[in-house]
Design a protein around this ligand. Sequence first.
Ligand SMILES: Cc1cc2nc3c(=O)[nH]c(=O)nc-3n(C[C@H](O)[C@H](O)[C@H](O)COP(=O)(O)OP(=O)(O)OC[C@H]3O[C@@H](n4cnc5c(N)ncnc54)[C@H](O)[C@@H]3O)c2cc1C
Length: 296
Amino acid sequence: RAQEMGVEEMGYVLPYTLLHGAVQKGLANSDVKCTYGARVSELRHTHDAAVIEYQHQGQSHTLTARLAVAADGGKVLEVAHPPQITDYGQSGVIAHVLTAQASTGKAFEHFTPQGPMALLPYLDGYELVLTATHDAAQDMLTWDDAQFLAYLHNHFGNRVGDFLSIGKRSCYPLRLKRAPDITFSHTALIGNAAQTLHPVAGQGFNMGIRDAWELAQVILDSAPENIGSAAMCAAYRQSRRLDRNAGIRFTDGLVRLFSNDAPLLGRLRSAALTVLDTLPLARKFVAKRMMFGANG
Ligand SMILES: Cc1cc2nc3c(=O)[nH]c(=O)nc-3n(C[C@H](O)[C@H](O)[C@H](O)COP(=O)(O)OP(=O)(O)OC[C@H]3O[C@@H](n4cnc5c(N)ncnc54)[C@H](O)[C@@H]3O)c2cc1C
């Protein structure tokens, strides 16, 4: 509850286009030079710089910089430096749904043996994030609207009233992906490029924002000639170590605890939820971690 945590809201659901627009507006009012629609084909390092090869409007370009920030979800570096991958055998199915009861701004998460499914209040209805095995998710994509709505009603009951309509479905494989524990000189990894998390706890984006924030602090604390140095890049990685590892362990633990129908785990699950429900201090601790991370 937001009041219990002393914050305005526990969280916000927003479309990327809105976020992107706000960032673009901020950049337009700064002296940062931006190139949109470029495709990076290579990121390599020399002794004193990062070298970025990219294509833009049909032309190839090379850029050198003392520090490159990889925020590409991990694609460019992972061929040469493969990440550690934990495949949960799950896919996420996303869709917008409308329900008979108007949203009151409350999110719902329901745990099934196949994986969690969440309804996040958004615009005139909810964003559905549903996890299932890869095969089951592919099967769901073939369902017509009526079959999908009946399935949702079966799982969520009458909490949000009848499910009235469902929009276009999209599907993503869900994995934990960790960039290797290497300090790349002249390069810092943020967001999905550093760690791609399962969405069960809604932590991936928050973690990426904290990566960017900490990187900015480390840059501000560095003498200009040290920006991009091995020491600066190592200091950034060190500053993210605790929060990153805690976020990965927390999310990974939740996936394993809540996507499993072993009877013992069922009891552990109920015990964990009861503790959160009855002990305000435990609830506050977990909520604070989820909002501000382990360094917060
Ligand atoms: C189903 C689902 C639900 C989620 N729900 C939540 C949630 O509730 N809360 C939360 O905090 N997080 C959530 N997440 C996680 C969140 O989406 C990610 O943490 C976030 O998208 C990471 O952002 P990013 O910019 O680091 O990487 P990405 O979103 O992967 O973006 C990478 C960008 O780099 C671009 N790119 C890639 N390659 C190149 C290249 N070669 N050259 C130029 N550009 C390139 C891509 O086009 C893309 O725009 C969810 C994720 C999924 C899959």
